[in-house]
Design a protein around this ligand. Sequence first.
Ligand code: MG
Length: 449
Amino acid sequence: MKKLFGTFGVRRVANTELTPEFASKLAASYGSLIKGKVAVGGDTRTTTEMIKHAVISGLLSSGCDVVDLGFLPTPTVQYAVRNYYDGGVIITASHNPPKYNGIKLVDSDGIGTPDEMEIEIEKLFFNDNPDRISWNEIGDVETNSGLLEEYIDNVIARVDAEAIKNVNLKVIVDCGSGAACFTTPFLLRKLGCEVITMNCQPDGFFPGRNPEPTEPNLKELIEVVKATGADLGVAHDGDADRTICIDEEGNFVFGDKSFALVEKYMLKENNGGLIVTTVATSSAIYDIANEYNGEVIATKVGDLIVARELKDKNGLFGGEENGGLIFPDFVYGRDAALSTAKIIEIIAKTGKPLSRLIEELPVYYSEKMKIECPDELKQEVMQKIAEETREFEVDTTDGVKIIKDEGWVIIRPSGTEPIFRCFAEAKTLKEAKKMAEWGISLVKKYLNQ
Ligand code: MG
């Protein structure tokens, strides 16, 4: 049983739980196993700089050289590590509120460290024995100042830049004051778009909006898209690994829709291929795969698990229902910049507005609900629900996914919060709601026993 790590890294309240001492020791434990050149970078949080210095100390102390990448998106660190370094440490709490921060560790492919390695790191951490090298062996700290530009140019090289430049799209970009401030506006201007920025000044207090790109948090972006007659609105989470779009009519485009849209064009372009996603993703992904010669593998929920499967199975493309898309030939993780460029390329090459492109996709309705449940009760509640639902067609890849004629619902305990999530999908919104409510009622039933 892992004691430090969640589904991808460590996430805590900064400077009360996630202190410099904690960060330094964790980095030294990781560095003891890497013993090479490690890149360190992070998002725009107020505590990122503080934690970064602690991480750098820990890495140097355990015998690593360090490349300080500064403030930048999570996928940019993953890109850099995959191409140049032996490991990486990313300081970010993604979409969580400003008081949080976190540490993500990646291997030399830029992919989140495997479970076995995390267990080794925990052993070193809790037994107080990371390597501490001699004073005369301490390594160097260097920087990589051209990295952001190189990353942006590599995104551009993966799309039809000329086609995008020819259509001159007007795009409203809302980076939520997160790490995308350093990439998306520059990327889109290089692609010839007319860019209007919102919340594109880096600020760890996230003064403009909450860093999670949900519909309620993007009300202003929606208004600006409508008021300016823009072709598209683009929003990111705090560490710029997720992209959420607003269509030209001001409609919030759910992540499973943009995933399905990019899947369709990736399969068309490549004459088919392997798609990896989680069991919580829309049936539309399967419908499109059937139509365009694709094959789908569904994993447990978690971007890291999807990324690993894409690497192991040499997949074409993958993602999740939350706007996190993975292009494994570029970065083994969700990448907001290439997701944005790809969606804009599709609009440019088809000549269709985003609302039309979304209309052409298979239609399903989804409903997400959650209910509080103390961590210590999760396993028992899950077990009882699994017993009760045995009569149905179920998939137990992650939690319980109950498949009925009218749709499906997944009931699963969160890996990071004391809650159960119920996520349902059906052909009508009413049915989806009904199924999600049924899921919640099952959790309630066993929670109160
Ligand atoms: Mg994120």
